[in-house]
Ligand binder design. Structure first.
Ligand SMILES: Cc1cc2nc3c(=O)[nH]c(=O)nc-3n(C[C@H](O)[C@H](O)[C@H](O)COP(=O)(O)OP(=O)(O)OC[C@H]3O[C@@H](n4cnc5c(N)ncnc54)[C@H](O)[C@@H]3O)c2cc1C
Length: 454
C-alpha cells in the first residue's frame, strides 16, 4: 500500500472497471468510477422475465469455462462460490436442414456433411493444435487460410468458416490464426478426460449479475464512489494530473492522480487528449463488432442444444443459445429462454431495427430449425444491443495491442482489445482489472517515493 491514499478515476462500470476499483480500494486508494449508461455491469447487465420466478437473467447469454480461474476465484472471494454450478454443455451445428451434435470425438465422426477423410482431418487439426505450445508462429496467417491448408476447403466451408462467423460476424474471415490456436488449447483443457470428453459449463444461481451486485456492494463498503448515468465526455491532462469532464446531472471536471479507462479503443481515442503515433494508430488496429441478441421466452423448447451454431448463410443469425438447455426452465417459471445471436458491423441495417422488425426477419427461420415451431409458442421477446461487444483480432494483431500505460502520464487503458490472444469474457476482464490496479498502484507508489526523496 502507498503511504498516502491517492485518487483514481475509472471510466466504465463493467467487469474491468469494477474489478479495478475493488483492487485499488483494497490497496488503500480513493476511487471514483463513472459509467455512461444508467446501470452498472456493462455487458453483464441483466433483466427479469415477467412471471419468471424473480430470478434475473443476462441480456447477453453467459457461462464460464472451467479454465476461467480468475472469475471462479473472485466469485468465491465474494462469498458466492456455492452458487456456481457446472453443467454438461450440449453443442450442435445446424447444417443443411439438420441439427448435428458437436461435442465429443464420436460426434465428429458422425458428422456426415463432410466426408470421412475430411472428418479425420478435422479431428487431426484439433489434436495437432492442442500440442502446439507457441501461438506466435500463427501471427501472419488468418485462421481461415490455415484451416483451409490443414483441414481442406470442405471443412472450412461447412464447419470452421461458419463457426468463426458465428463468433465474429463477417470479420470472422479475417481472424488471425493465433486466436484460434489459443481457443482450441483452452477449450480442450476445459473438457474432462475419457472418450466422451464432455465439456462442462458454469452458471451462477441468480445470474452473473449476482456477483456484479456483490462486487458493487464490496466496493461501496470500502468507500468507492460509483456513479451510473455519468458519461465521461473528455479526458484532460494538466500538470501530471488527469481530469475528467463529466456529463449528466452535474457538468464538472474532476482531477485525479491517475485515471483508468476501460472503454473500447475508438471511444478512448475520441475522449482522450491528443495521443502521439504509434499509440493512436494502435487504437485503430483492432476492429470491433456490435452484438445483437433477440431473447424469446417460449412455452416449449426450441431444440435440445444449449449452443447451436447456425452454419447456414441463408439464415440471418449466427447462433441460438437455449439457456434453459443448460439451466432448468423451472427457474424461470417453466418458460424456455432462447437467445438468437448476431455479431454485426456498426453499419448493419439490423442494428437499427426494432424488436418487431427483427422478429419478422428471424422467426420464419426458426421453423427451419424446428419444423414444429409456431409463433404461438412465444410468450415474450426482447432485443438487446451491445456496442463494441467483440474485438476482432486480425493478422498481425499481436503488434497492434495498445499498452496499458498510455503516452499521457497518469492515464491508463484496460479494455477487451488488450486480452489478446484470449477470448473475450468475464474472466479476462477481471484479469484486466487486476493487472491495471497493480500497475497503477505500483506507479503511484514509485511517484510518491520519488517525491518524498526530493
Ligand atoms: C453476446 C455476448 C455473450 C457473451 N458471453 C459470455 C460468456 O458466455 N462468458 C463470459 O465470461 N463472458 C461473455 N461475454 C463477455 C463479457 O460480458 C465481457 O467480456 C465483459 O463483460 C466485458 O467487461 P468490460 O468491463 O471489459 O467491458 P464492458 O462491459 O463493455 O464495460 C465498458 C463500460 O464502459 C462504459 N462506457 C463507454 N463509454 C463511456 C464513457 N464515455 N463514460 C463512461 N462510461 C463509458 C460502457 O457503458 C460499459 O458499461 C459475452 C458478451 C456478449 C456481448
Amino acid at each position: 500500500m502507498s503511504e498516502e491514499p491517492r485518487t483514481v478515476g475509472i471510466i466504465g462500470g463493467g467487469v474491468a472497471g469494477l474489478t479495478a476499483a475493488y483492487r485499488l480500494l483494497q490497496k488503500g486508494h480513493r476511487v471514483q468510477l463513472f459509467e455512461a449508461s444508467p446501470s452498472l455491469g456493462g455487458l453483464v447487465r441483466t433483466f427479469e422475465i415477467p412471471a419468471g420466478g424473480g430470478e434475473p437473467i443476462e441480456c447477453f447469454y453467459h457461462h464460464l469455462f472451467t479454465t476461467d480461474t480468475a472469475a471462479i476465484r473472485l466469485i468465491d472471494e465474494l462469498g458466492l462460490g456455492d452458487r456456481l454450478t457446472w453443467h454438461p454443455s450440449k453443442v450442435g451445428i445446424f447444417y443443411d436442414g439438420r441439427i448435428y451434435p458437436f461435442v465429443t470425438p464420436m460426434d465428429l465422426l458422425r458428422f456426415t456433411p463432410v466426408g470421412l477423410i475430411d472428418r479425420v482431418r478435422l479431428g487431426l487439426m484439433g489434436l495437432y493444435l492442442r500440442r502446439q505450445k507457441d501461438g506466435s508462429r500463427y501471427e501472419s496467417i488468418t485462421a481461415k487460410e490455415w484451416v483451409r491448408r490443414f483441414a481442406g476447403q470442405r471443412n472450412l466451408d461447412v464447419v470452421w468458416g461458419p463457426l468463426l462467423r458465428g463468433k465474429f460476424g463477417d470479420l470472422g474471415d479475417e481472424l488471425v490464426m493465433t486466436w484460434l490456436w489459443n481457443k482450441i488449447h483452452l477449450r480442450f483443457t476445459s473438457r474432462g478426460a475419457g472418450p466422451s470428453q464432455r465439456e462442462v459449463l458454469g452458471y451462477l444461481r441468480g445470474s452473473f449479475g449476482a456477483w456484479i451486485e456483490a462486487l458493487i456492494e464490496r466496493v461501496r463498503e470500502l468507500g468507492g464512489e460509483l456513479e451510473a448515468g455519468r458519461p465521461v465526455q473528455r479526458i484532460v491532462a494538466d500538470g501530471g494530473r488527469v481530469g475528467l469532464e463529466l456529463a449528466g446531472e452535474r457538468q464538472e471536471t474532476l482531477f485525479f492522480d491517475a485515471v483508468v479507462a476501460t472503454v473500447a479503443n475508438k471511444i478512448f481515442r475520441r475522449i482522450a487528449p491528443p495521443l502521439p503515433e504509434p499509440y493512436a494508430e494502435k487504437l485503430e488496429g483492432v476492429p470491433y463488432q456490435d452484438a445483437l441478441c433477440l431473447i424469446l421466452t417460449l412455452k416449449r423448447p426450441l431444440s435440445s442444444m444449449y449452443w447451436l451454431n447456425v452454419n447456414d448463410r441463408s439464415i440471418p443469425f449466427l447462433a441460438i443459445i437455449e439457456h434453459t438447455n443448460l439451466i432448468e426452465p423451472e427457474r424461470y417459471g417453466g418458460q424456455h429462454v432462447v437467445y438468437v445471436s448476431n455479431y454485426l458491423d456498426k453499419q448493419s441495417p439490423l442494428l437499427s431495427m426494432d424488436v418487431d422488425q427483427v422478429c419478422e426477419l428471424y422467426l420464419p427461420h426458426l421453423k427451419r430449425i424446428n419444423a414444429a415451431f409456431e409463433e404461438s409458442w412465444i410468450i415474450d421477446r426482447w432485443l438487446f444491443r451491445g456496442a463494441d461487444a467483440q474485438p476482432v483480432f486480425t493478422v498481425g494483431a499481436g503488434s497492434r495491442i495498445p499498452e496499458h500505460r498510455t503516452p499521457v502520464p497518469g492515464l491508463y487503458l484496460a479494455n477487451m482489445s488488450q486480452i489478446y490472444p484470449q477470448d473475450r469474457g468475464q474472466n479476462y476482464s477481471i484479469l484486466l482489472g487486476e493487472t491495471i490496479a497493480e500497475t497503477v498502484a505500483a506507479d503511484l507508489a514509485r511517484a510518491q517515493a520519488a517525491h518524498s526523496a526530493v
